[in-house]
Design a protein around this ligand. Sequence first.
Ligand SMILES: Cc1cc2ncn([C@H]3O[C@H](COP(=O)(O)O)[C@@H](O)[C@H]3O)c2cc1C
Ligand SMILES: O=C(O)c1cccnc1
Length: 342
Amino acid sequence: MQRIPALDESARQLARERIDGLVKPLGALGRLEDLAAWLCAAHNTVPPRPLDDVRVVVFAGDHGVSASAAVSAYPREITAAMVRVFLSGTSGVSVLARQVGAHVRVLDIAVDGDLDDVPSEVRAFKVRRGSEPIDTTDALAPGEAVRGFAVGRAVADEEIDAGADLLIPGDMGIGNTTIASALVAATLGVPVPDVVGTGTGVDDDGRARKIAVIEAALARAGERVRDPFELLTALGSACAAATAGFLVQAAVRGVPVLLDGVFSGAAALVAREIAPEAAQWWLAGHRSTEPSQAFALKALGLEPILDLGLRLGEGSGAVQAVPVLRGARAVLAEMGRLADLA
Ligand SMILES: Cc1cc2ncn([C@H]3O[C@H](COP(=O)(O)O)[C@@H](O)[C@H]3O)c2cc1C
Ligand SMILES: O=C(O)c1cccnc1
């Protein structure tokens, strides 16, 4: 792994001094002040650069658990169908991204289908078709977690080389909240019932099935979960590995990331195990209603920018936070100074 640059604390300090001198009462811009200072530390300059080129990458894939147990309110065929919706620009995140001028790219990392009707570049990074059911067997074959991680890094490199100022990981996969909850429970050692939510809207029985699947998976994996790549192999997915790689490579390249919901929160926890320094490059776009995401953000020390009761995933909540970040930059770049008051 290449070295991960540190945020520039002297730029953050200089930003704080500048912010205190803006034409407003001390501290009156609240969280915007913290975000502006964070951006200065990330960009190593005051004021920070504009965040013009924002890119969402949606990692799409299926899970064995969505075939073997009813862990979602929706059928697994939705995953493949949604890839086409992303391509048509009519998904939730596509619509929200257009509002802020962000670009959305969808990649079939592990959809359980050939998707041979979609452009081949969407399938260029495919690792496998679906994954195995984690309650009975490893999600991935040996080597696939490392491959998925490398895929995510390569994708981040492509987006950054194409000009990305800010990266957002998106997710699409029926069963994603079960896999994410398993990763969070394993990484943090939290009791499974505490992290499992209703995802797309399962009832009490559905939630009980999710808990049973994850508890069986954790019992099966045992101590292997202490190694992040073994964890991804046993309980994760190719998408989780790719998202983790994406997050780490953004940090290697010094490009800020806005985390989204459940899936990126879980992937971030795993990514931090792989590259602890990477976490300083991530902000939390929003708070999901799912409990596993709250555990992940707390463990990462991140306060979400927005709390809109979203539970969609796809990168949607993070995209909604982009104007807030841009506003934080703009006040520092454009506000007048208290000292210049006539
Ligand atoms: C039409 C549709 C669009 C979505 N877009 C994101 N998700 C979200 O729901 C899924 C996770 O929830 P669970 O674990 O309950 O299956 C993921 O695909 C996630 O991205 C969707 C789900 C559906 C049904
Ligand atoms: O908040 C999320 O990320 C989420 C919630 C439910 C289903 N899929 C994603």
